[in-house]
Design a protein around this ligand. Structure first.
Ligand code: GLN
Length: 547
């Protein structure tokens, strides 16, 4: 049965709890243990699927079709363990389940209360699959003291009592602010945060303290004394040049050892960190730099395209180059010529997105990449825009567009080269959708197979003809236009197994122009860069004449 590590946060948000959890997962794996990571989010949305990327950053999609928090992306990138629907839950989901049960009469007339009904539901969630791994790491979103978070903190407190002694530990992440004037790292906010945690019955076993520099011995002892943890369980988490240094840095600080000590596991297996050392070396000593323009809509918040930024870094790791990604607001190209903005970039990426705003600019970016022969990777909406560009400029469909934009505008203006997908096949079942369906969870979501055309560029990239990639979209390129587009050199080189849904397009007479209907960035990892990103960065490197 699994041992449980609960990871909580205090003082301020955005300290990198997700990253610390993920890196700890990788360290435990490096010692030969199996892990699964899980996120419990206190907000009331049922899932982040309907939240704007500006609100919550990227929505991470799992193989089994859940729309989840972007921290699950960190978990996968560091541990390689594919996240599942049951690895992410919110208060909204918990409450809606409790209320459904109440309506069904499952509680047999009882008064429904936060304790025990809501907390029981949370505990049941934590327990899912507990026999499958050595360690289950559960991160609680938000910070201790948040009103919404209370049922989760109460549930993990109860959970640790339900389990035999020594089977659960608590790791608390805080901030040690540095006061320049006095040249000191301040421990008081951490003391208060731990006090808050203890007032709800949770005593942390390990403190992970974010700080700009190392923690001097005096502060470490003070933290240990006032927060009631052992001095070697105070782990300094200093700012890092790359997140992929985290496993090595936390290991040097003794995080994994402190965890094993807290569980009284001894003797402890030696870690093998060679793969992480290689990654750190490649990041620290690149042979050069390539510049990639990301032409998108949600450019103010980097987290909106978190997995894409990471996947580009992985492509850089594979090619031993630093990838400098620069975000350009697509709307600029609706007013101005893209050439002065895009010249000088070694490659162009148009990511996924929703709604019409900025799409004409993305079409311009695709045109620039096609005609100037700059490597282009179009992801989801970025593929759809590349197809529309080709339809408009290579065939006679001058008014080609996406039904998504007509639906949004409430009038018909375009020839729907990209149409609303109303029926598709998932496994052996057929799925149907209507335009009037509710927004939450109704897209074509999760892993689907695709079959690649032998001899195509993507077949070479993947090194095989059968792939499985994650999807999140409502609209689809209409196969009706395949012949006309292929006659002009835009090849449909990947299709759904039934041959009905275009999954990949590529331009034959171009150094590297590929559009994909799915999200390859979600499956890329530093220890296993995604083939499309690996090869896209290779093409950028070639274009930059670094090779
Ligand atoms: N808005 C487009 C669709 O729903 C593209 C979605 C995406 O880029 N993820 O099909």
């Amino acid at each position: 049965m699994a041992r449980f590590i609960f990871i909580t946060g205090g003082v301020v948000s955005s300290l990198g709890k997700g990253l610390a959890s993920a890196a700890l997962g990788a360290l435990l794996q490096a010692r030969g243990f199996t892990v699964r990571l899980r996120k419990l989010d206190p907000y009331l949305n049922v899932d982040p699927g309907t939240m704007s990327p500006f609100e919550h950053g990227e929505v991470f999609v799992t193989d089994d079709g859940a729309e989840t928090d972007l921290d699950l992306g960190h978990y996968e990138r560091f541990t390689g363990v594919a996240a599942r629907m049951t690895d992410s839950v919110s208060s909204g989901r918990i409450y809606s389940t409790v209320l459904e049960k109440e309506r069904r009469g499952d509680y047999l007339g009882k008064t429904i209360q936060v304790i025990p009904h809501v907390t029981n539901e949370i505990k049941d969630f934590i327990r899912i699959g507990e026999d499958e791994v050595d360690f289950m790491l559960c991160e609680i979103g938000g910070t201790v003291g948040d009103i919404e978070g209370l049922p989760f903190f109460e549930a993990i407190r109860q959970f640790s009592q339900d389990k035999p002694r020594g089977q659960c530990i608590f790791m608390h992440l805080t901030l040690l602010p540095y006061i320049k004037a006095s040249g000191e790292l301040k421990t008081k906010p951490t003391q208060h945060s731990v006090k808050e945690l203890r007032s709800i019955g949770i005593a942390p076993d390990i403190l992970v303290c974010r700080s700009e520099g190392p923690i001097p011995a005096k502060e470490r002892e003070k933290l240990a004394l006032f927060c009631n943890v052992r001095p070697d369980a105070v782990i300094a988490a200093q700012d890092l040049a790359s997140i992929y240094e985290a496993p090595l840095a936390y290991h040097r600080e003794g995080m994994d050892q402190a965890v094993l000590d807290a569980f009284q596991i001894s003797p402890t297996p030696k870690p093998d960190l060679s793969a992480w050392e290689d990654v750190a070396d490649r990041i620290a000593n690149p042979e050069g730099e390539v510049r990639v323009a990301i032409v998108g809509k949600y450019t103010q918040l980097e987290d909106a395209y978190k997995s894409i930024a990471e996947a580009l870094t992985h492509g850089g790791i594979a090619n031993r180059v630093k990838v400098k990604a620069e975000w350009i607001d697509a709307e600029i190209f609706e007013r101005e010529d893209p050439a002065p903005y895009l010249e000088g970039f070694d490659a162009i990426l148009v990511p996924g997105g929703f709604g019409e705003r900025g799409t004409e600019g993305k079409i311009k970016a695709a045109e620039f990449a096609r005609t100037r022969k700059v490597p282009y990777l179009g992801i989801c909406l970025g593929m759809q825009m590349a197809v529309i560009e080709a339809a408009r400029n290579l065939t006679d469909l001058r008014d080609a567009g996406s039904e998504e934009f007509d639906h949004e505008a409430g009038k018909k203006r375009f020839t729907p080269v990209v149409y609303h997908l109303k029926e598709w096949v998932q496994g052996n079942a057929s799925v149907t959708r209507k335009l009037t369906d509710a927004k939450g969870g109704t897209m074509r979501l999760g892993a689907y197979d695709a079959v690649l055309k032998a001899g195509s560029k993507v077949a070479g990239v993947y090194g095989g003809l059968n792939i499985e990639e994650r999807h999140r979209h409502r609209y689809e390129v209409d196969i009706k236009y395949r012949e006309a587009l292929e006659a002009k050199g835009l090849c449909f080189s990947g299709m759904s197994p039934d041959g009905r849904l275009p999954e990949i397009v590529e331009i034959e007479d171009h150094p590297w122009f590929i559009g994909v209907q799915f999200h390859p960035e979600l499956k890329s990892k530093p220890l296993a860069p995604h083939p499309l990103f690996r090869d896209f960065v290779r093409a950028a490197k070639e274009n930059s004449r670094l090779v």
